[in-house]
Design a protein around this ligand. Sequence first.
Ligand SMILES: [Zn+2]
Ligand SMILES: [Zn+2]
Length: 67
Amino acid sequence: MAQVCKGFCEDYQAEKTMLRLKYAEGQKRCTLCALFIKYDGDRCPCCRSKLRTKPRNSSKPKKVVYQ
Ligand SMILES: [Zn+2]
Ligand SMILES: [Zn+2]
């Protein structure tokens, strides 16, 4: 199934904070919708794509996949 932004993410959109604080507050970034949302799950409620929960310097090196 294709992952598309349906606009639901705007309902979950997090308040504007500094980038560093966003992750600290548990806000997650949806790369597809291109915004930060506050949502208790690892997938975007809008487009179902995987959410980014941490800034780049993760302790676990993983292959980065850009969509
Ligand atoms: Zn969206
Ligand atoms: Zn999304």
